[in-house]
Design a protein around this ligand. Structure first.
Ligand SMILES: Nc1ccn([C@@H]2O[C@H](COP(=O)(O)OP(=O)(O)OP(=O)(O)O)[C@@H](O)[C@H]2O)c(=O)n1
Ligand SMILES: [Ca+2]
Length: 499
């Protein structure tokens, strides 16, 4: 017995208690390790960078603020719209005769931007202004007025705390292409190399169509071709912008066509019966889009009287499209090349405003039914329409019959959507919280936020990495314990047995 006690004293461990303590400590160590690893990655408060784009459209200006995580400039699907502000009043091109007011008009929204972007980030936040068809038209008729408007706008923006990067007129091609980039970026289609969505943008003074077609390589009409390499994929985009085919300019053109005799009264099928407004010929002719349609001798004013007839309105609208010449293999209208339509399309801005108001955004509805509903709407009296929509701006309200008719005519007769392909169109306003439009694509391009090549990604996602490290640690500790037990436990028990 005394020899046995002596043995035990010479080999004081490992006793079962010691082993249990080692295991418990091991497990606690692993849990602590994993917890720290996970928390380390989660608890860091997210820091953001910001970018601001002003969309100086023909009918109004809007300001958009985008944000993205500060440490990941290059990752897709991460830039999102965090704030938008609609500038009060009309577009900057309407201030041609008093340019300083164009600068003034932006101040309220710039104030909102200062309240949205954290102060310490302001100086590094790029600020861009892009003007579209309204300024394109002003530049055509009065380029010195257009320069003065830009000077006024520049002055207002240079005085902001942001990093002002310039104001310029976008080409129609850029406007179409960046709208397409926005839609496909927000849908996460670019980084994943998925089939893309076409973009249809309808403004007040121009309209854009952009899509990828397998039958288009740019050779037949290079001016309609834009090439991109994004995330390692090549895109050959077809895009066209029709200047004067925004809905405000088309309205002028249709009205000018109906008043070419210089009549004092116009019976307009695109306006509701009971609608009766006296209008100035000078306002109708104030755009280069109607200059070829002017009446030889017109009185000062005319009475614009509604008739409310969809079929006749369609005819009147069709008169502004020219289908008679095409020097390419195929055309949309006005001799402009267009490859066969392909894939789904997102239709935004005025397409959405109008179709949403008319309750016609559901494109699974047969095209014939859409036309019947619009026909019914156009046939409703102006009095009833006003009573049904007491809160809607009367100027917009008066034009929805015309606008709906123009949209359907443009899509079907102009771009060649059929009863079958109409359902490929989706009328959209926002995608994942960001407005569809050219502004986001424009900023992504100017800040080089979309790389040409696919970024190198770690072989494992974070969660996978943590799981594997945890598993390996558990295995390793288990193995060590097993070895320890094999070494100490049998020797200990053997010695006890021998004695
Ligand atoms: N709730 C609304 C808001 C706007 N509109 C109409 O939509 C058109 C303006 O569309 P928008 O996309 O804002 O055009 P802009 O960007 O101003 O013009 P552009 O792109 O041609 O420069 C105008 O005819 C305006 O009357 C509308 O019908 N209903
Ligand atoms: Ca626009």
């Amino acid at each position: 017995m005394s020899a046995q006690r002596e043995m035990k004293e010479k080999n004081p461990w490992p006793t079962p208690v010691t082993i249990i303590i080692i295991i418990v400590i091991g497990v606690i160590a692993i849990v602590a390790l994993v917890t720290v690893a996970v928390l380390q990655n989660k608890s860091v408060p997210q820091k953001y960078k910001y970018g601001i784009v002003l969309d100086a459209g023909s009918s109004h200006t809007a300001l958009y603020i985008y944000q993205w995580p500060a440490e990941k400039d290059n990752n897709t699907g991460r830039v999102e719209q965090t704030h938008s502000c609609k500038v009060k009043g009309k577009g900057i091109s309407s201030y041609a005769s008093e340019p300083w007011k164009a600068g003034e008009s932006l101040k309220e929204c710039m104030g909102e931007a200062e309240n949205t972007v954290p102060k310490e980030r302001a100086h590094e936040t790029p600020l861009y202004l892009g003007a579209t068809a309204g300024m394109r038209l002003l530049d055509i008729v009065n380029s010195s007025a257009s320069k003065k408007v830009f000077q006024a706008v520049e002055k207002a923006l240079q005085n902001s705390p942001f990093s002002y990067q310039g104001a310029r007129i976008l080409s129609g091609q850029e406007e179409g292409a960046f709208g397409w980039v926005t839609v496909n970026y927000l849908d996460d289609r670019l980084k994943q190399g998925l089939k893309t969505t076409g973009a249809l943008d309808l403004g007040g003074a121009s309209t854009q169509i952009s899509f990828i077609s397998d039958n288009f390589d740019g050779s037949e009409s290079p001016i309609n071709s834009v090439n991109f390499r994004l995330y390692g994929n090549d895109y050959n985009l077809y895009t066209h912008s029709f200047l004067c085919y925004g809905k405000d300019q088309v309205l002028k053109m249709v009205l000018a066509n109906q008043t070419q005799s210089g009549a004092t009264t116009v019976l307009d099928p695109c306006f509701h019966s009971g609608y009766n407004e006296t209008k100035n010929y000078s306002v109708l002719y104030d755009s280069p889009c109607v200059s070829g349609r002017k009446a030889q001798e017109a009185p000062e004013k005319f009475d614009h009287i509604g008739k409310g007839n969809f079929q006749e309105c369609q005819k009147a609208v069709k008169s502004v499209f020219n289908f008679t010449f095409c020097k390419h293999s195929r055309c949309s209208f006005n001799g402009v090349f267009q490859p066969p339509l392909q894939g789904p399309f997102g239709a935004f801005s005025a397409y959405y405003f109008v179709m949403n108001f008319l309750n016609l955004t559901d494109t699974s509805m047969p095209l014939e039914t859409v036309k019947e509903k619009l026909s019914q709407y156009c046939g409703t009296s102006w009095d009833k329409i006003k009573r049904q929509h007491p809160t809607v701006n009367v100027k917009y309200l008066a034009e929805y019959c015309f606008s709906g008719t123009y949209i359907l005519t443009l899509l079907t007769e102009g771009y060649n959507f059929t009863a079958e392909t109409y359902s490929n169109i989706k009328f959209i306003k926002k995608i994942k919280g960001s407005d569809a439009g050219w502004t986001l694509g424009y900023m992504l391009n100017l800040t080089n936020m979309i790389p040409a090549e696919a970024p190198d990604s770690p072989p494992l996602p974070h969660a996978g990495y943590v799981s594997i490290v945890t598993l390996m640690t558990i295995l390793l500790v288990g193995l060590l314990l097993f070895v320890a037990l094999r070494i100490f436990w049998p020797r200990c028990s053997k010695k006890t047995q021998i004695v």
